[in-house]
Design a protein around this ligand. Sequence first.
Ligand SMILES: Cc1ncc(COP(=O)(O)O)c(C=O)c1O
Length: 152
Amino acid sequence: MTDTSIYLDHNASTPVLPEVLAAMLPYLREHFGNPTSGHAFGRRARAAVELARAQVAMLVGAAPDQLIFCSGGTEANNLAIRGVMSVRGDRRHLVTSVAEHPATAAPCTWLEGQGVAVTRVGLGADGQVREDELAAAIGDDTALVTLIHAHN
Ligand SMILES: Cc1ncc(COP(=O)(O)O)c(C=O)c1O
């Protein structure tokens, strides 16, 4: 990589702001307890996780107990997509797009193999999901619509 290189993949990985690093460092260096442990080290880490959960919830307009922290995108996508379809056993259809990241496309294809009907809507010339196609795809049997919000 030369000094003239331009990094165009911040959607996948990006450096944290200095204030984010400063907030995290104490928990990487000193307060490194396992937040699910009952001892004092764990309880201190747990308090920090719960504070972060409350702050993120406020940012996105959710209740803290609606947020689940995951180790990465693949885990989060599998948890959400397979999780929703497993609790909505009465509905056996999901809608996604033809432009999904493999971490989303793969669990959708896996569910298809389990008998779930999957509709993959297309994109217009502007790269946006076609709204009319999306609206037409959603039916009484649809449990989930999963679409990438920003693509790298
Ligand atoms: C939209 C999207 N979903 C999922 C992933 C996979 O994330 P991870 O590598 O954290 O599992 C990526 C990685 O680039 C991504 O861009």
